[in-house]
Design a protein around this ligand. Structure first.
Ligand code: GLT
Ligand code: MN
Ligand code: MN
Length: 412
């Protein structure tokens, strides 16, 4: 093949994207509670060992593209859109006003706001550092974000306490740091109760997000389970206002089964918000788009959520790869991520209605015939053949994933 001039490359990408087919319309995409983060679309590809590969993108452009694609909700950190120095000033009010206009013009709603308590040098010692001034500043930032959320009509606030931990062991006292962190959340909840009243709105759902490693070497609340324990520890003044925003990859990163982590959150009544992406076990937070690494696991995750009536947001917290261009972010990355989610969601519906899986599951639940409930040998033998159904269910899930249940065959 001949080298391809730059001006022919975008048409080529567009032609092949169209050739892929199977896209949903913006109206179909809008039926789902899918949110697009400002930081995901504006990610420039930078990392510790990587220079940026894309140009900056302002919120007006991100919101416009989300509206066109059919991503009906938008999420943001305070500093994704408001420079740190402008926070809590008149300038903030002007920017929030502009965001409101952008959202209105493009038919997009702000569903979630979050506070950046990890990037700026002031948080070098974490959001719950020893210095009272740092903690006071962190609390005012959290409360300020709650106010922005109410102004923009959000229903959720997320807390990723990324730098709540340490690099140097022994320098930080864990119980004290966690108490201080709880004080920050308490301040945010109290501010919410006050601000919600002023706006005549319900309070926000405050959702904690865990990540097992990065950016600190050791993390004090590394998993969703640790956060459930924290919520129930007695340190929070309003535990009923605080739930979870698990991220698929963050659970996978520590070696967990994301589906089991979500199940525990569901049982606790705390699965309120969900960051969707993909990646690899025991590796970095690569934030690959949904379904590109573990589609079968994703199918199973969505079966669990569908069968439990999860109706919270699905937040597209992934990073378009640095090999994707600025144009590609909105022409390939976001539309395909949304469409894979929708496809997997619909497929999960097929799993729930599949008669083979239903018969197999019901048979397993019925169990074998046992006369003597104390006879271990009889009980074991009574279920022996039935248990083969576990593997058959796995096979059927694979068939559904590749479309074999609808007659897709290969000639051999
Ligand atoms: C950061 C993190 C994400 C969180 C964001 C919310 S910030 O990008 O890696 O997983 O969801 O603060
Ligand atoms: Mn996340
Ligand atoms: Mn992540």
């Amino acid at each position: 093949m001949n080298p391809i001039p730059v001006n022919e490359q975008k048409p080529l990408v567009d032609r092949l994207t169209t050739a892929c087919g199977g896209t949903y319309t913006p109206a179909q995409r809008r039926k789902f509670f899918i949110s697009g983060p400002q930081w995901a679309a504006a990610y420039e590809g930078q990392a510790l060992f990587h220079a940026p590969t894309r140009k900056p993108v302002a919120f007006e452009e991100v919101i416009r593209h989300y509206g066109e694609i059919g991503i009906a909700h938008w999420t943001t950190h305070d500093t994704d859109v408001i420079p740190t120095d402008s926070l809590m000033t008149d300038e903030q009010e002007k920017i929030v006003g502009r965001i409101g206009n952008s959202l209105r013009d493009n038919g997009v709603a702000c569903s979630m706001v979050t506070t950046e308590t990890f990037f700026h040098a002031v948080f070098a010692g974490g959001p719950a550092a020893e210095s009272p001034a740092v903690r006071e500043y962190a609390a005012s930032r959290l409360s300020n974000t709650v106010g922005i959320g109410h102004q923009l009509g959000a229903s959720y606030a997320v807390y990723w306490p990324g730098s709540l931990g340490y690099q140097i062991q022994g320098a930080v006292e864990e119980t004290q740091t966690l108490r201080w962190y709880a004080e920050g959340l308490n301040a945010a909840c109290e501010a919410d109760i006050r601000i919600a009243k002023e706006h005549n709105r319900p309070t926000l759902k405050h959702c904690m997000e865990a990540k097992p490693f990065e950016p600190q070497a050791e993390i004090l609340l590394p998993t969703s389970d640790a956060m459930l324990a924290f919520i129930g520890s007695g340190l929070l003044k309003h535990p009923e206002m605080v739930g979870l925003n698990p991220e698929y990859l963050h659970e996978l990163m520590w070696g967990a089964a994301p589906r089991a982590a979500l199940a525990r959150a569901l049982l606790a009544g705390k699965l309120w918000h969900f960051d969707i992406n993909d990646g690899y076990r025991l590796k970095h937070d690569v934030d690959i788009a949904i379904g590109l690494v573990n589609p079968l696991d994703w199918l199973n995750v969505l079966v669990l959520l569908r069968s439990h009536g999860y109706n919270g947001p699905f937040n597209l917290d992934y990073k378009p790869p640095r090999t994707t261009s600025n144009d590609g972010v909105f022409s390939v990355s976001f539309p395909t991520a949304v469409d894979r989610f929708i496809t997997l969601w619909e497929m999960a519906g097929e799993v729930l209605e599949d008669s083979i899986i239903r018969d197999a599951t019901n048979a397993l639940k019925a169990g074998g015939v046992v006369k003597n409930a104390k006879d271990v040998h009889e009980i074991t033998a009574a279920n022996k053949e039935l248990l083969t159904l576990h593997e058959l269910i796995g096979h059927r899930l694979f068939q559904i994933l590749v479309g074999a249940h609808k007659g897709r065959v290969y000639s051999v």
